[in-house]
Design a protein around this ligand. Structure first.
Ligand code: GDP
Ligand code: ZN
Length: 475
C-alpha cells in the first residue's frame, strides 16, 4: 500500500533561491527527519507538539549540511492528512540535493508527481475535484482563473454535485426497495417528488455544462482575434492596453519587435490574442489568401478586433468595407469591434465622414448592434483605449463569474456531467413511459456513477494516475 511509504520531495521550484522547502510526508516522516536533525536547544523532534517550528542543523553523521527551520505537522493535521515535516533550508541546489539524498538513505522514497495532493485525497482531506483545483490554482496566472480555482478548491462545485447525488441516492434506495416487494406492487418512492428532483437535476446539470464554455476560456485566456494589415497599429494598441494594466506578458518565441502580442490581463480577465504574429506575413484584404487565414483565426476567437488605419481608409474604404461584410456575414453572432486607429492624423470632418460610413454599415450588418462596436482610437496617443477595453469586457461572458455561480473548468468534469445528464434523461424518459422500477434503477445507478466520478467517490487507479501525473513533483 503506497500510503505506508514516507515520501520526500522539494516543494519549492527547482533551482537556486533564497530559501527552499523539502517536504516529507508519511508514517515515518517525523522519525526520519529527527534522525538527521540536531536542534539548537537539544530538543527531540519526536517529542514536540504539532504545528511547531524548530531551529537546528541537518547533519549527515558529524557533517553539518545546513542550518534549517523545521515545521512539524503531527497525526492527521497536515495537507496530506498524515505526519508531515517541512524543512526550510538555504536555497542552493547542492543543499537541497544533500538533504533529499540523506532522507532517501534514511528510508524515505522520492514522491511522484502530485503524490502529496493524491494522499490528501486518499486520506479524505479533499475530494477529487478539489485536488484537481490545486493544480489549476498553481497554474492560474490571472485573477479570474485564480478565483475559479479557489472556488473549486473550497468545494463550491463538488458540494453542489454531492448534494444532488445524495438526493438521487435516497430515491435510488427507495426504488430498489420496491424491487424487494415487487409481488405486492407498492411504490415507496413518490413519483411526483421524484419527477421534481429529476427536473431539478437536469436544470443544474445543463447550467454546469453550459458554464464550461465560460470556464474554459477564463482558465486559458479569452481568445481574441486581431485582424489588420501590417502597420495599422496592432502592436502599439496592445502596448497601450498593456502599459496601463502593467499586466503579465508571455513571449512568442522568435519575435523581436512584437514580443507582447500574446496574452494580457484586462480587469483581472486573461485575454489571449490569436496569431497576431502571423498577420504580418499576410495582407488581410479581400481576395488575397489573407482572408482564409483571417477566417481561421476568427473561428477560434470569442471576440474579433478589426483594426485599420484611418488614413488608408480614406483611399481604400471599399476594400475595408467588403472585408468587414465578409467577416460579419460569415460570423454574424461573433462580437466584432471595428477599430479606427490613428485618429490623431485626421481632421474632425474626415473622422466624421469615416464614422458615418461605418455606422451605415453597422445598421446594415447588425442593426441591433448587439454584436458590433465601433471605436475610434489613437493607439499612439492613448485616445479611446479605456472605451475599447470596456467594449471588449462587455462582449465577454463573465456574468456567471461575477455572480459567483459555480463554473466548470475541467474537461474531465465536463465529460462526466454530459454522461450524467444523458442518464438522467433516460430516467426522465422511463418516468414518462412508466417503465418498471428495476429498469429505472439501472439508469439511476449509472447517473450516480458519473456524479461519483467527479467528486472521487468512484475512482480507479488509472484515473487517479492520470489526474495526478499532471501535477508537479512536490505538490
Ligand atoms: P502593426 O504592424 O499593426 O503591429 O503596427 P505597429 O503597432 O507596429 O504600428 C505601425 C506604425 O504606426 C508605427 O510607426 C506606429 O508608431 C504607428 N502608429 C500606431 N498607432 C498610431 C496612432 O494612433 N497614431 C499615429 N500617428 N501613429 C500610429
Ligand atoms: Zn505588430
Amino acid at each position: 500500500m503506497i500510503l505506508k511509504d514516507t515520501i520526500v520531495a522539494l516543494a519549492t521550484p527547482s533551482g537556486a533561491g533564497a530559501v527552499a522547502i523539502v517536504r516529507v510526508s508519511g508514517p515515518k516522516a517525523i522519525e526520519s527527519v529527527a534522525d538527521v536533525f540536531e536542534s539548537v536547544k537539544n530538543k527531540d523532534l519526536r517529542k514536540q507538539k504539532t504545528h511547531t517550528l524548530h531551529l537546528g542543523y541537518i547533519k549527515d553523521g558529524e557533517k553539518i549540511i545546513d542550518q534549517v527551520l523545521v515545521s512539524l505537522f503531527k497525526g492527521t493535521n497536515s495537507y496530506t492528512g498524515e505526519p508531515t515535516v517541512e524543512i526550510s533550508c538555504h536555497g542552493s541546489t547542492f543543499i537541497q540535493q544533500q538533504i533529499i539524498q540523506l532522507l532517501l538513505r534514511k528510508g524515505c522514497r522520492m514522491a511522484t508527481a502530485g503524490e502529496f495532493t493524491m494522499r490528501s485525497f486518499l486520506n479524505g482531506k479533499m475530494d477529487l475535484s478539489q485536488a484537481e483545483a490545486v493544480a489549476d490554482l498553481i497554474a492560474s496566472d490571472n485573477e479570474a482563473a485564480h478565483q475559479l480555482a479557489m472556488q473549486q478548491m473550497r468545494g463550491g462545485f463538488s458540494n453542489e454535485i454531492a448534494r444532488l447525488r445524495e438526493e438521487l441516492l435516497n430515491f435510488a434506495s427507495l426504488i430498489e426497495l420496491e424491487l424487494d416487494f415487487s409481488e405486492e406492487d407498492v411504490e415507496f418512492a413518490d413519483r411526483s417528488a421524484f419527477r421534481d428532483l429529476i427536473n431539478r437535476i437536469q436544470f443544474v446539470l445543463k447550467r454546469l455544462i453550459d458554464s464550461f464554455a465560460v470556464g474554459n476560456v477564463i482558465k486559458n485566456g479569452i481568445p481574441v482575434a486581431i485582424v489588420g494589415e501590417p502597420n495599422v497599429g496592432k502592436s502599439t494598441l496592445l502596448n497601450a492596453i498593456l502599459n496601463e494594466e502593467r499586466a503579465i506578458v508571455s513571449n512568442i518565441a522568435g519575435t523581436t519587435r512584437d514580443t507582447i502580442e500574446d496574452e494580457l490581463v484586462i480587469d483581472g480577465i486573461g485575454f489571449r490574442f490569436i496569431d497576431t504574429a502571423g498577420i504580418r506575413e499576410t495582407k488581410d484584404v479581400v481576395e488575397s489568401i489573407g482572408i482564409q487565414k483571417t477566417f481561421e483565426k476568427i473561428e477560434q476567437a470569442q471576440v474579433v478586433l478589426y483594426l485599420f488605419d484611418s488614413l488608408k481608409f480614406k483611399v481604400q474604404s471599399s476594400e475595408y468595407i467588403i472585408e468587414i461584410e465578409k467577416i460579419k456575414n460569415k460570423y454574424p453572432l461573433k462580437p466584432l469591434v471595428v477599430i479606427i486607429n490613428k485618429v490623431d492624423l485626421l481632421s474632425e470632418g474626415e473622422l466624421n465622414e469615416i464614422t458615418s460610413q461605418l455606422e451605415t454599415l453597422n445598421l446594415k450588418l447588425d442593426p441591433s448592434g448587439a454584436n458590433w462596436h465601433l471605436q475610434t482610437i489613437s493607439a499612439k496617443q492613448n485616445i479611446g483605449i479605456e472605451e475599447l477595453k470596456n467594449a471588449l469586457l462587455s462582449f465577454v461572458n463573465t456574468g456567471a463569474l461575477r455572480n459567483n455561480e459555480t463554473i466548470v473548468t475541467n474537461t474531465r468534469h465536463y465529460d462526466s456531467l454530459l454522461k450524467a445528464l444523458e442518464e438522467i434523461q433516460k430516467v426522465q424518459y422511463g418516468l414518462d413511459m412508466g417503465i418498471s422500477a428495476d429498469l429505472m434503477a439501472i439508469d439511476i445507478r449509472q447517473a450516480l456513477f458519473y456524479f461519483g466520478e467527479i467528486t472521487g467517490q468512484v475512482t480507479n487507479d488509472e484515473l487517479l494516475g492520470n489526474i495526478f501525473a499532471n501535477f508537479c513533483i512536490g505538490k
